[in-house]
Design a protein around this ligand. Structure first.
Ligand SMILES: Cc1ncc(COP(=O)(O)O)c(C=O)c1O
Length: 413
């Protein structure tokens, strides 16, 4: 049967949902590479390392041992216990295995949290520049995203005063992300405490704390989880996963922790599990063994990758901060540098393209210098001045890509 024009009509929700610009760049890079073009890719949002061997082996063993059937929806008791122990030990979050829901990636952990908390018309505060999926996820839940722009002069951290001003009686939640994608900057413990003080005064607000990059910090301060701050702890849903720290982006393993505040019942974790039960059911059953192995024995592998990223962060920052008209903070976390390139707006590229936004800058750079970067447009209002570079690639690629960018900038007229 063929669909009539009318039955092929898309829902408003589907029609309004934007495809991510990150994926558009990836698709174009793939096309150019397939055509034999030597592209340097600074667009990637994933580690260039392979998953550590013992983690793979744990999943293989589990699969051979029969972990191929349905599991409990929020995850196996053992995997939930290991996650709860990690959050207590490393993050100071007081929680139990019943507070944990294991999800298909960090993205779905946020989606479940948002579905469980947000009603139509509820406002959700999103500091920007922020990850491309925050606004669409809030909108898919019927919520109203309220962007709070952080300044490059404050290392892209919003201030407590900005947060206070953004809160209205309709504010239901805030999304917090440190270290940040796309900024590559990190909130220090005193900044986190200052924001928590504001939230403590507004009891209707839940905090979704996206800590997917917590292991990748290159500064001399430690990560502070908002969920460890007592005044707000029972209103924080901590979101994390194995994708970035353990080089496991393709495995699709994330988790949410919604502490019940010492109460026996945990309606929030149960609601997220109910939602997951009607959506994805759970992760692949052999993934639970990988979680147990990663969180029990993976610390050394993570630290070795972190050290490599720290070195690359310095290398790329030294190169790009010396380029004319580039303004960016020193990266202290994740694997990104977010650069304001607006000094070059109004100029013309060697290929004859007029540069007037991050999008036109990134487009011309890719076609003419064969360097892929992500335009800032989708990271929030005002981010069209920016481009994002990822240093999740080899030293040689960092050097060669930056040389090409520098040469290309020299040819702008
Ligand atoms: C800030 C942030 N949160 C969450 C995620 C989602 O990670 P996952 O691949 O586990 O869904 C990403 C991935 O790019 C991210 O950058």
């Amino acid at each position: 049967m063929t669909l009539s024009r009318d039955s092929a009509r898309l829902s408003r929700r589907a029609e309004q949902l934007k495809a991510s610009s990150t994926l558009a760049v990836t698709a174009r890079v793939r096309e150019l590479k397939a055509a034999g073009v030597d592209v340097i890719a600074f667009g990637a949002g994933e580690p260039d390392f392979d998953t550590p061997q013992p983690i793979k082996q744990a999943a293989i063993d589990a699969m051979l041992d029969g972990a191929t059937r349905y599991s409990p929806i929020p995850g196996t008791p053992e995997a939930r216990k290991v996650i709860a122990e990690k959050l207590n030990r490393e993050n100071g979050i007081r929680c139990s295995p019943e507070d944990i829901v294991i999800t298909t990636g960090g993205k779905h952990a946020l989606y479940l949290a948002a579905q469980a908390v947000i009603d139509d018309g509820d406002e959700v505060i999103i500091p920007t520049p922020g990850w491309v999926s925050y606004v669409p996820i809030v909108q898919l839940c019927g919520g109203v995203p309220v962007e709070v722009p952080a300044s490059v002069d404050n290392d892209f951290r919003i201030t407590p005063e900005q947060l206070e001003r953004a809160i209205t009686p309709r504010t239901r939640a805030m999304i917090f992300n440190s270290p940040s994608n796309p900024c590559g900057t990190t909130y220090e413990p005193n900044h986190v405490r200052a924001l928590a003080e504001v939230l403590a005064r507004h009891e209707q607000i839940m905090l979704f704390s996206d800590e997917i990059y917590e292991k990748l910090i290159y500064a001399d301060f430690a990560h502070l989880s908002p969920g460890s701050i007592e005044s707000i702890a029972d209103r924080v849903i901590t979101l994390n996963g194995l994708s970035k720290a353990y080089a496991m982006t393709g495995w699709r393993i994330g988790y949410a922790c919604a502490p019940a505040g010492g109460k026996d019942d945990n309606p929030l974790a149960k609601a997220m599990a109910r939602l997951q039960g009607q959506m994805t059911t759970h992760i692949a059953s052999f993934g639970y063994a990988a979680i147990v192995e990663a969180l029990s024995n993976g610390a050394e592998a993570v630290e070795s990758m972190r050290r490599t990223f720290a070195r690359r962060a310095e290398r790329m920052y030294a190169l790009v901060s010396a380029m004319p008209g580039f303004k960016c903070p020193r990266p202290t976390g994740a694997f990104y540098i977010f650069i304001d390139v607006s000094d070059h707006f109004g100029r013309t590229s060697p290929g004859g393209k007029r540069i007037e936004s991050g999008l036109t800058f990134a487009g011309a750079l890719l076609e003419e210098a064969n360097v892929a970067v992500v335009p800032g447009e989708d990271f929030g209002e005002g981010c069209d001045k920016n481009i994002r570079l990822s240093f999740a690639c080899s030293d040689e690629n960092i050097d060669e890509g930056c040389r090409r960018i520098d040469d290309w900038l020299g040819m702008l007229s």
